[in-house]
Write a protein that binds this ligand. Structure first.
Ligand SMILES: [Fe+2]
Ligand SMILES: [Fe+2]
Length: 278
């Protein structure tokens, strides 16, 4: 999908604001913007970033802009809509909610993106486990966006194979690093939007070095391959084709997500009841 650079930068508080975000925050902001465009698109005609001119902001210019926003970038879409509109009352959840119920009633801002990613993984002949990773990899951004790979893996860990959790956790770091063996190049879009000179923070660099040598590296890598090009504003993908895969690889607790006493049950309740004050 094409990104209107000016619209994107304005949505983040302008070029100066973007200049003061660290690389991870900027990548996440881009992903957020793409999700938002995907959800709101009416088939518009955004400009080609390659045709845009302008000076990239410096990293040193970023931090002052934090105080120009009404929210912090790390907060999830379910909690702070980026449209500036009031939040809406949410439909009640079933007594024993399943993963599908969360897709239907709570993953409003992230579901289209992850469904498209899972759809692309299917077309690319990925295994069922990789398709599942793609289906789950960003939905935690409904509650929190900072370090969404780690948060996302934690949210799902009790219910999925260890390798699937590994891939969710580490896709976050791999986005910055090309792997020509699978056709993943550092995205031009990142150069356009984040500046050509940015360097991921040390913990991302260290994570990449660890994952690169790990036997499961390719599991996480496949997410990045099936992620970046998954933003088609015209496409609407149903969860229907993935229901069997979820059934085979996701251990749905019979009490319902949030009611099962698992170490992450509170995270599911937090998604289910975001209007609960305490
Ligand atoms: Fe992601
Ligand atoms: Fe993604």
């Amino acid at each position: 999908m094409e990104i209107d650079r000016k619209t994107f930068l304005d949505s983040l508080g302008g070029p100066e604001a973007v200049s003061r975000m660290d690389s991870e925050a900027r990548a996440d902001a881009l992903e957020s913007h793409m999700m938002s465009q995907l959800n709101q698109s009416k088939g518009g005609n955004p400009s080609d970033p390659q045709k845009e001119t302008g000076k990239y902001p410096s990293v040193a210019e970023v931090e002052e802009q934090i105080e120009t926003r009404k929210y912090r970038e790390g907060v999830g879409f379910l909690y702070v809509p980026r449209t500036g509109e009031n939040v809406r009352r949410l439909p009640p959840m079933p007594a024993s909610p399943t993963l599908l119920d969360f897709f239907k009633f709570r993953f409003m801002d992230t579901s289209n993106h992850v469904l498209q990613s899972a759809n692309l993984a299917t077309k690319n002949g990925m295994t069922e486990e990789i398709i599942l990773v793609c289906l789950l990899h960003d939905v935690v951004q409904e509650i929190i966006r900072t370090d969404h790979g780690w948060w996302g893996a934690q949210l799902f860990e009790p219910y999925i194979p260890e390798r699937v959790a590994f891939a969710i956790r580490y896709h976050q770091a791999l986005r910055y690093y090309p792997d020509p063996s699978v056709g993943y190049e550092y995205p031009d879009m990142y150069r356009q939007l984040f500046g050509a000179d940015y360097v991921p923070p040390p913990y991302i660099q260290a994570t990449y070095q660890m994952v690169r040598k790990h036997p499961w590296y390719m599991d996480a890598r496949h997410v990045t391959v099936n992620d970046l090009y998954a933003f088609d504003p015209e496409a609407v993908v149903s969860i229907e084709p993935f229901i069997d895969i979820i059934g085979r690889h996701f251990r749905q607790p019979k009490e319902g997500l949030g009611n099962d006493g698992s170490p992450v049950a509170h995270m599911w309740r937090t998604i289910a009841r975001p209007d609960q004050p305490l």
